[in-house]
Design a protein around this ligand. Structure first.
Ligand code: AMP
Ligand code: MG
Ligand code: MG
Length: 366
């Protein structure tokens, strides 16, 4: 174990452990068979699995980190008694073996907001598309998505004999773990988007990217897994329907491996406690060529999407990751954001290991 682990690594380690517990709870709801479906709004469902998983995650993390702000997707009665076996107080030892990146070492309780989507892909869950379901726990520091957990309870569910479920976690500046990184094919363009929240604009934005294939699946978490595993090149969602709990964990993990998640104006989202929950600027996520995909989006679609409140500048002490590639730069360069790296002078001498994680198509020092 790293000696005296930092607050961020302790939260992340606890989040991995609690996501394992939540994942069991979710699978048990399905096994029992009564999903307890409630309609929260138009095309917006909640099930007993969403509710129980949130009770488990929020109560457990709150017990361990009582002074850290935690926002969960579901509105639940705060007076509710949480079953004892929903509380997970263990830490994942594997996470604690890693050293916290320097820029996060001094993080304090008040700098952190945890964004919890207890079950991402609820519509698909109710329809039996079980591998689309993920549990998302995103950790933001001073408004920036920096670390997260994406847990897939039914990974391998169609492959009996293989272990069921997996947990992917990552930190910007450290990397991401729990999956095999692959690069997408270079001879075609594959775009993923929503399966159950599509409309004309969503489809038009996808088509503007000239894809050879379109993969319509559920869940923001699942779609970002497709990106980091090299199954698709871009996740394009020209809609205001995604929320901060949908994007915080996936964004951190994607950025940890050199990808990029922004709104349709190329702005990295702000995850501070006081921001609006909806990502009204849309969601565009890529493993590479972010500027090229941004440049494909027609003006009228971009205009229909709000400009997000940008993530505040965080001193990443020379760690360069992508994100924040802005559209003006993309336009000036035919839609291609050029490589540029801004290490601090002392970082110049020793930036080799962090630069391994730097994409070669998007600039930006966070
Ligand atoms: P999808 O790709 O459709 O699974 O959407 C990703 C996430 O955003 C899921 O958590 C959805 O519930 C949420 N979402 C997207 N669009 C909407 C919408 N129009 N109404 C409610 N939730 C939405
Ligand atoms: Mg969700
Ligand atoms: Mg959800």
């Amino acid at each position: 174990m790293a000696s005296n682990p930092s607050l961020v690594m302790r939260i992340l380690s606890a989040s991995v452990a609690v996501s394992n517990r939540a994942s069991n709870i979710i699978r048990n709801v399905l096994t029992k068979g009564d999903l307890g479906i409630v309609e929260k709004g138009k095309n917006d469902l909640q099930t007993e699995a969403d509710r129980s998983a949130q009770r488990c995650i929020v109560a457990s993390l709150h017990k361990q980190f009582p002074n850290v702000a935690i926002f969960g997707e579901e509105q639940l009665d705060p007076q509710e008694t949480i079953p004892k076996d929903f509380i997970e107080l263990n830490f994942d030892e594997e996470v604690l073996k890693h050293t916290c990146p320097e820029y996060l070492k001094d993080t304090k309780d008040e700098d952190v907001v945890i964004w919890v989507d207890p079950l991402d892909g609820t519509a698909e869950f109710t329809q039996g598309f079980l591998d689309h379901v993920t549990v998302l726990i995103g950790i933001s520091v001073k408004g920036n998505a920096v670390a997260g957990v994406v847990h897939q309870p039914w990974f391998n569910f169609e492959k009996p004999g293989l272990p069921l479920g997996r947990c992917i976690w990552g930190v910007i500046g450290l990397g991401a773990f729990g999956f095999e990184r692959e690069t997408p094919p270079s001879n075609k363009v594959i775009v993923t988007t929503s399966r159950s929240h599509s409309d004309r604009m969503v489809t038009e934005a996808v088509e503007a990217c000239n894809p050879d294939e379109v993969v319509r699946v559920g869940g923001a978490g699942h779609k970002v897994l497709l990106l980091i595993e090299g199954k698709v090149h871009a996740y394009v969602f020209a809609s205001k329907g995604c929320k901060k709990w949908d994007t915080c964990a996936p964004e951190a993990i994607l950025h940890a491996v050199g990808g990029t998640l922004t709104d349709f104006h190329g702005i990295r989202m702000n995850y501070s406690a006081d921001v609006q929950r909806k990502n009204t600027g849309g969601v565009l996520a890529t493993v590479a060529d972010h500027g090229k995909f941004l440049g494909c989006i027609p003006e009228h679609i971009r205009d229909a999407m709000d400009k997000s409140s940008p993530a505040p500048e965080l001193d990443f002490k020379g760690i360069v990751v992508c994100g924040g590639a802005d559209l003006e730069k993309a336009k000036q360069n035919n839609g291609q954001v050029s490589a540029a790296k801004n290490p601090s002078p002392e970082e110049n001498a020793e930036s080799k290991s962090s630069s391994d994680k730097v994409p070669n198509d998007v600039n930006t020092k966070l």
